[in-house]
Design a protein around this ligand. Structure first.
Ligand code: 5GP
Length: 200
């Protein structure tokens, strides 16, 4: 049997409240062959969040052990908590030919840029800081203090968008998902991916 072509590694970042989760949901509905990498975190689950679905919720000690064992493809500290992408499933799914999506913040994205030369980085840009604040407060899951901290982090994150390969404006979810879909298609058509030669 022919070995499947290695899947893409697509990093998707965007400030908290940029709507990147909603864009990815829409993307999964329109495109097959994707695998969403479930991250590990030390932050407390929000109401309705289940370990193994949105995140693997780990203690600080367990998370640090996983780092020491080399089991995190990347990790970062964000707003006083650890977040990281377990390495095993990413390698496994890519080898099976699935395109792996990492929904991660900026520091982690820069580590992936450095460590995985074939990764594609996409930044989801919110339409404005005002809209971001509205979405964050509207979610109602964080205290005002946490919202303010996240807004400050978001403003800094927007400044790093130029380090990504693509910027997708999320003023309309359907259009933004379509743009990410097109990016994946384009990346899969890159000439460097034709490892076996042409018309052979
Ligand atoms: P939240 O607490 O709102 O779920 O996530 C906070 C931030 O952490 C978001 O920007 C999210 O994309 C990011 N994040 C989630 N998982 C990971 C991960 O595995 N690694 C890194 N570096 N950031 C992550």
């Amino acid at each position: 049997m022919k070995t499947p072509e290695r899947g893409l590694l697509l990093v998707v970042s965007g400030p908290s409240g940029s709507g990147k989760g909603t864009v990815l949901e829409a993307l999964f509905k329109r495109r097959a062959g994707l695998f969403y990498s479930v991250s590990a975190t030390t932050r407390a689950p929000r109401p309705g969040e289940v370990s193994g679905e949105q995140y693997y919720f780990l203690s600080k000690e367990t998370f640090e052990q996983e780092i020491t064992r080399g089991n995190m493809l990347e990790y970062a500290r964000y707003c006083d908590n650890y977040y990281g992408s377990p390495r095993g499933p990413v390698e496994e799914k890519r080898a099976q030919g699935l395109d792996v999506i990492l929904e991660i913040e900026v520091q982690g994205a820069m580590k992936v840029r450095h460590n995985c030369s074939d990764a594609t980085l996409v930044f989801i840009m919110p339409p404005s800081i005002e809209e971001l604040a509205k979405r964050l407060r509207g979610r109602g899951t964080e205290s005002e203090e946490v919202v303010r901290k996240r807004l400050e982090t978001s403003k800094a994150e927007v400044q790093t968008a130029g380090a990504y390969d693509y910027i997708v404006l999320n003023d309309e979810v359907g259009r933004a998902a379509h743009d990410v879909d097109c990016i994946i298609t384009a990346e899969k058509l890159r000439s460097q991916r034709y490892v076996g030669g042409f018309l052979g």
